[in-house]
Ligand binder design. Structure first.
Ligand SMILES: C[S@@+](CC[C@H](N)C(=O)[O-])C[C@H]1O[C@@H](n2cnc3c(N)ncnc32)[C@H](O)[C@@H]1O
Length: 252
């Protein structure tokens, strides 16, 4: 395990190393994973995923009538939790995977909730400038050109609006980092067998850990948020920095 490259070079190196996977393989992986995605998260996190979710949701402050966009929304877990808390919100979801969004649509419909869905690549968000009060992004940033996406999110937020981010992060402590990757390696093999993952998901095990190794610690991600124009950046971490939640504002 080598230390990650310096912050200034990180985005370029991430793209060099992973762009083929981001463009081609990820789509097949999420088609494979969509039917069991939520159950697999629960198992892989040893039942802690609901705690991760509720800790993230606790960072969101919303009011009736506000407009929220959840990007890389997957199966709509965030949008559903938001509408259950505040039915007066207008919630939009965006994801490149129609398969993940179809599971999300069915989940929302079963609960009598309505989430507007856009299928597309989050590097270009098809909404006007200054449009949303809140934008959320959870558990997908490792698969993205981070600075580009953060700039797009900044563009579509209203002045004074808030970006709430939650993800697995690279622990800053190398010992914790090593233990974490060891656990993930075992756990991805186990969930792959348990949920009978197809070839696409089974082949992605190495990528998931490599991408985390090249990702950001909580402090580094705060720095990237500031670099891309956000202010009032704050972060909270769980489990020694393995999971992190950031709030960042667009200045008025
Ligand atoms: C691990 S899932 C996270 C889903 C959801 N945010 C959650 O917290 O459960 C990652 C999602 O990001 C989506 N995704 C990955 N790259 C994307 C891109 N470039 N544009 C839009 N969605 C993307 C995938 O299709 C997948 O649904």
């Amino acid at each position: 395990m080598s230390p990650p490259p310096p912050l200034a070079a990180r985005e370029h190196l991430r793209e060099q190393r992973f762009s083929t996977i981001w463009k081609q393989d990820l789509h097949d992986i999420f088609v494979d994973v969509a039917p069991y995605y939520d159950r697999a998260n629960f198992v892989a996190s040893l039942g802690l995923f609901n705690w991760f979710r509720s800790s993230f949701m606790a960072t969101l402050v919303v009011a009736p009538g506000q407009r929220v966009l959840d990007v890389c929304a997957g199966t709509n877990a965030v949008g559903i939790a938001l509408l259950q808390r505040e039915p007066g919100l207008e919630v939009h979801a965006m994801d490149r995977s129609a398969a993940m969004q179809e599971v999300g649509r069915q989940r929302a419909q079963a609960l009598g909730l309505s989430i507007d869905s856009v299928i597309g690549d989050v590097h270009v968000i098809p909404f006007p400038d200054n449009y949303f009060d809140t934008v959320t992004l959870t558990y997908a940033t490792r698969h993205l050109r981070v600075k580009e996406v953060f700039k797009e999110i900044h563009r579509v937020l209203k002045p004074g609006g808030c970006f709430c981010h939650g993800d697995m992060l690279r622990p800053a402590n190398p010992v914790v980092e090593k233990l974490y990757y060891g656990y993930l390696r075992a756990c991805l093999s186990f969930t792959g067998l348990l949920f009978r993952s197809g070839t696409a998901a089974m082949n992605a095990k190495k990528y998931f850990i490599d991408a985390l190794e090249m990702f950001y610690s909580a402090d580094e991600l705060s720095e990237v948020l500031r670099e891309t124009g956000f202010t009032d950046v704050s972060a909270k971490t769980l489990l020694a920095g393995m999971i992190g939640f950031h709030r960042a504002a667009k200045s008025r």
